[in-house]
Write a protein that binds this ligand. Sequence first.
Ligand code: ASP
Length: 343
Amino acid sequence: MKPRILIIYTGGTIGMIENQATGALEPFDFDHLMDNVPKVKMLDYLIDNIQFEHPIDSSDMNPQQWCEIARHIERNYEEYDGFVVLHGTDTMAYTASALSFMLENLHKPVIITGSQLPIGEVRTDGEENLITALQIAADRDDNGRPIVQEVAILFENYLWRGNRATKMSADNFNAFKSNNYPSLAKIGLGIHYNPDALMSHRAKRPLQVRCKMDPKVMFVDLFPGIDEATLTHLLATPGIRGVVLKTYGAGNGPTKPWFIKAISEACERGLVILNVTQCVNGGVHSKRYAGANMLEEVGVVSGHDITSEAAITKLMYLFGVGLSAEEVKEYLIYPLAGEMTVL
Ligand code: ASP
């Protein structure tokens, strides 16, 4: 049986062409993209595609479009062995994180990729990324089970867990990295999977898609000098239900009484605050310093080693499911889709 793969094309640099008048890259259609990768035909796969009505630069991505991707996967889940999502790199890690929460009980590969250079350019990385993503989406183990059973980002030499990845470079072909989790595979002459890092599901339950997201969340990034008026103003943003508080080092914030009071009052009003470190590597250790300990004591939840992208989409997801603030706090402490390590 030939592997059946569905490509979902959302846009991104991979399919862009240059606007002759402005010189800017603009999204273009899927046929243009495939015309530039004739080698895809050498893969003996059955490949179908769906494209966004208007392909986008991923800076325009939004939660409704995450839902559109998830619903395409849901509707076609039984018919295909794997899914490849073509997407711009700028917000790819947010989409990957959102999909990882939306697609509960996923047993098939959902491989997201794109490129730094458009597919029509001579030195493009898009051709290799697309072909490798298709191969990963089709790969099976000796028992015929998909090797990858989760949402993952394939870029250049690595396959990363989607909700552990971050865009690290606006320039390098190896644009993504998981700073707190090993790669799921290394791509060299072959595709070398890392079975210890890959998600494996023992019980096969039906795919469940919950794609309602509540966007009433925000980041609050600490910096030395942030004052009481600014912080209280941000925490009182109308309608906001959840905040990813980006703290220093192991989860620390100022120990000044005004700071703790502002955070504590926001928690008492029912705001859910998730503590995520500004460091690219490592995570929150609430017990190590007074600054983090005080935050925990007033009701801030530790995000451990979660990425910012996974943290904000996890908040959107949990509120979107319809949970109360207290229930959201209860779920935040558990990894839902392998997005954090709780020590
Ligand atoms: N701005 C582009 C996008 O995210 C960048 C890329 O695809 O690499 O759609």
